[in-house]
Design a protein around this ligand. Structure first.
Ligand code: ATP
Ligand code: MG
Length: 410
């Protein structure tokens, strides 16, 4: 693989970028053999199309002979397009491609020599030509192309050397109707295309953790819907806006995110009135899980996702997790369970949610946070105290579900 610095140099010189007119999309093939392969590829194509919708220019995305190509049909912004493609799960690498017409081998050598001049301003590098002849009536076979093209390059740039084992530059020449030249690979995010792994309901708060949890599950091919528990006036409109912003950032990776906003105020106040304050958080969290599960079932989600990590706060000790886990039948996925805060922060910085997450809008009013919350809740005690809510809780939950707001973040 070529150092990225070169690509950047190319991408910032508008004239030179114009020579790339397509991208070959590489994806990991492990686990997608046989029947699953076309599902994987079709989902990937759909995600690529979605990602490119917000880019300037027109693109065609198609599959030929087991490979996916993105072809630009108009001018486009190289950095914008590669920036978008780098967020599409399932892509392991993005190769910018130059197409040339077949105008004879000499002309092709000439084009390749000028390709090298543009892409590799520093040429004290080793290289290898790797030709593929997909069009069998081309007058030279791939071995012939490799050696003769190699000679032409050496003649043009005597400072370059051939290395067939570990070349700095692997120059791919594919002979099809047109001839494709590519040698660079921009790394993709890996993972599986969203949509190949079902759908899950993310409990999305305004914090650092839950967006990262959503990202990690989406990376495995799972489509993400989200639910946010809003408690006005104890939580501000800005806190809700922040969650919407986070959902939009997630959508940059995972496709549109359907965000369900639940007005949680009445339930929270009722729990505050009826239950011991050191158990407030746990009982609140149990109601969040119950409501999230109901929405998940209505929307065909196969599991819940949270940003919990063992021991991070009182409500995330093993005992507390046991208590919150108890109330739902769907599996609860907690991809951050073994992560330290610092590790979570690193991912959130990498994926671009950190700056939004740390905006100082309280996502939970301090009146609902006990001074000494239980860290080892006793299940029987919690259940007993929840009976204090029997009179009105069903009606309040029903009302919360009835008045929920749906926002499509994309
Ligand atoms: P985060 O940084 O993700 O907000 P946290 O460290 O603040 O998490 P908790 O408040 O205990 O931890 O929440 C644990 C998890 O519960 C969150 O990661 C999130 O998945 C979910 N959660 C908490 N509050 C809300 C809320 N208001 N709406 C939706 N989900 C929530
Ligand atoms: Mg938080």
């Amino acid at each position: 693989m070529i150092p990225r610095g070169n690509l950047r140099a190319v991408s910032h010189e508008k004239k030179e970028v114009a020579m790339f007119t397509a991208f070959l999309i590489k994806y990991a093939e492990i686990g997608i053999k046989g029947k699953n392969r076309f599902l994987f590829e079709d989902a990937l194509i759909q995600q690529i199309k979605y990602a490119l919708k917000k880019c300037e220019g027109e693109f065609s995305v198609h599959k030929t002979q087991g490979r996916i190509f993105v072809e630009a049909q108009t001018e486009f912004d190289f950095d914008q397009v590669t920036g978008r493609l780098r967020r599409v799960f399932g892509i392991s690498g993005i190769c910018p491609v130059v197409y040339v017409e077949d105008e004879g081998f000499d002309k092709l050598c000439h084009r390749v020599v000028s390709y090298i001049a543009q892409v590799y301003p520093e040429r004290n590098k080793t290289f290898k030509v790797h030709a593929r002849r997909a069009r069998k009536n081309y007058p030279k076979d791939s071995m012939g192309i490799n050696t003769e093209m190699g000679e032409a390059i050496l003649k043009a740039y005597p400072e370059m050397k051939v290395d067939v084992h570990q070349p700095d530059i692997l120059l791919n020449i594919e002979v099809r109707e047109k001839i494709y030249i590519y040698s660079e690979m921009i790394p993709g995010p890996g993972g599986m295309p969203v949509g190949t792994g079902g759908k899950a309901m993310l409990l999305l708060s305004g914090g650092i953790d839950s967006p990262v949890a959503g990202y990690m599950i989406a990376k495995r091919g799972v489509k993400i819907d989200a639910v946010y528990f809003h408690a006005p006036p104890y939580t501000s409109e800005r806190a809700k806006q922040k969650v919407m912003d986070l959902a939009r950032l997630l959508a940059g990776y995972a496709g549109p995110v359907y965000l369900h906003v639940i007005n949680f105020t009445d339930i929270q106040l009722y729990i505050y009135e009826k239950c011991p304050h050191e158990e407030l958080t746990i009982i609140m969290r149990r109601y969040m899980m119950r409501i999230a599960e109901q929405i998940a079932e209505e929307t065909q989600c196969l599991g819940l996702v949270t940003g919990e990590s063992i021991g991070q706060v009182a409500s995330q000790t093993m005992n507390s997790l046991l208590a919150t886990n108890e109330v739902c039948g769907l599996p609860v996925y907690r991809p951050l369970i073994g992560f330290d805060k610092q590790e979570i922060i690193e991912v959130s910085e990498k994926i671009g949610t950190y700056e939004t997450s740390i905006q100082p809008f309280e996502d939970c009013c301090t009146i609902f946070v006990a001074k000494h919350p239980v860290t080892k809740p006793n299940l029987n005690v919690i259940r007993r105290h929840e009976h204090n809510l029997d009179e009105r809780i069903d009606e309040l939950m029903e009302n919360a579900l009835k008045t929920k707001e749906l926002i499509v973040a994309e």
